[in-house]
Design a protein around this ligand. Structure first.
Ligand code: HEC
Ligand SMILES: [Cu+2]
Length: 389
């Protein structure tokens, strides 16, 4: 089993940084161009080359890419993608060649016609019968080839679409309920024994090499669950249950993204799938099922008190305390996650404190209000939240 180098928590901040770097360069180019519209052509050429390199570096595959499959379903989807890509590339090249031939030919014909016109004084507009027949045959042939290609695409995409779910139906050993909220993912691991059910958010752990069943719901608007390295998209429609199966054959971290515009913070509605060897996965499940750890020092104790006596308790659950509201993500083991706010920020003390003091400046419109706390209370709260492994 090959483990990807993106595995582990280091992959996630690196991925966020790479994205930022790319945006910074495009902003820089835009600024340069705005300041000096008449950039020397060499400079412009260099900049566009640099820009294209950055642009295509985004296509290299990686942590969130449909053409870097890590499981059987994504593998089939990427095969379909490559089939369409190669066929369309060939068609594109042929069309361009045909267009060039047409241009060259019509030029030479025009100059010939002009010469004829000069002599006879009559414009030559009509085609000869043989020419007309040849053109008709060419068009007929092109239409026939197009129809055949479209049929091949139709059949290929239909049969792959069907095989994505039919192959794995009822085979998932683990069932996970994923509920889309504006703008985060509630993740609930189901079990026939109710005491083993637990809830987490935005990060889904799965065992490597096994199909996993995901039951999808939404409580507000339509969202779409999409982890490109593992499977295609599936919509979460309020009042309608949907099911999708995931299987990762390579251990690693895969980024997913809500793929249906769902409001202001749609772009900040990411998730991560951690595909782990079975024993590691089972250990993770056991840790998540446990109640939250009790405060181990004075500061954590104070932090817990702050949490339980401030508005936090109205929206969040911390199992093992009185906090059991479900408006926001379950925080019982929040410190075991690598990111907060649906992949928006890495889980670090600094980001956590920024989030608690004013999450609206980070993710405007999200459903957590700014909460006024004095700085000692914030520090104690941070100590407590960071202890919730
Ligand atoms: C009115 C409800 C509400 C209150 C009050 C509230 N939160 Fe939240 N909280 C949310 C929601 C909703 C989110 C998810 C936001 C998002 O990602 O879009 C969230 C997210 C978080 C997260 C990130 C969790 C994760 O895994 O992504 C933390 C940590 C958090 N809240 C801590 C607190 C603390 C500490 C308090 C009290 C000082 C508090 N919240 C008060 C609703 C609330
Ligand atoms: Cu969404």
């Amino acid at each position: 089993m090959r483990t990807r180098d993106i595995a582990g928590s280091a992959g996630i901040p690196a991925c966020i940084e790479r994205r930022e770097a790319r945006t910074t360069v495009s902003v820089l180019i835009a600024r340069l161009q705005a300041r000096n519209l008449a950039l020397p052509t060499r400079g412009l050429r260099f900049l566009s080359a640099a820009f294209l390199c950055l642009f295509f570096s985004g296509c290299r595959g990686g942590i969130q890419s449909a053409i870097d499959p890590a499981g059987p379903q994504a593998g089939r989807i990427s095969k379909l993608w490559w089939l369409m890509f190669y066929v369309c590339s060939v068609v594109f090249v042929l069309v361009i060649i045909a267009a060039l031939i047409a241009v060259v030919r019509s030029r030479s014909k025009q100059s010939k016609a002009a010469r004829v016109e000069k002599i006879t004084d009559k414009p030559k507009l009509s085609l000869s019968k043989a020419e007309e027949q040849r053109m008709t045959r060419t068009v007929q042939g092109a239409v026939a080839v197009t129809v055949v290609i479209l049929f091949v695409f139709l059949i290929a995409s239909f049969s792959i679409g069907r095989s994505l779910s039919s192959d794995m139906e009822n085979k998932g050993l683990v069932t996970i309920e994923v509920t889309g909220h504006q703008w985060w993912w509630e993740v609930r691991y189901m079990d026939t024994n109710p005491s083993k059910i637990f809830t987490t958010a935005n990060e889904i752990h799965i065992p490597v090499g096994q199909p996993v069943t995901l039951k999808l719901h939404s409580t507000d608007v339509i969202h779409s669950f999409w982890v490109p390295n593992l499977n295609g998209k599936k919509d979460l429609i309020p009042g309608k249950d949907a099911t999708i199966w995931l299987q990762a054959d390579q251990a690693g971290v895969y980024r997913g993204q809500c793929a249906e515009y769902c409001g202001l913070q749609h772009a900040h509605m990411a998730l991560f799938v951690f595909a782990e060897p079975v024993d590691k996965f089972n250990a993770w499940m056991d840790a998540q099922r446990a109640e939250s750890v009790a405060p181990s020092n004075e500061s954590e104790q104070r932090g817990q008190q702050v949490f339980l006596t401030s508005p936090c308790i109205m929206c969040h659950t911390i199992q093992g305390t009185q906090a059991n509201a479900t408006t926001g993500p379950n925080l019982t083991h929040v410190a075991s996650r690598s990111t907060i706010a649906a992949g928006t920020l890495p889980f670090t003390r600094g980001h956590l404190s920024g989030w608690i003091v004013d999450s609206q400046s980070i993710k405007p419109g999200n459903h957590m209000p700014p909460i006024a706390l004095n700085s000692e209370d914030v520090q104690a709260l941070l100590d407590y939240l960071q202890s919730l492994k």
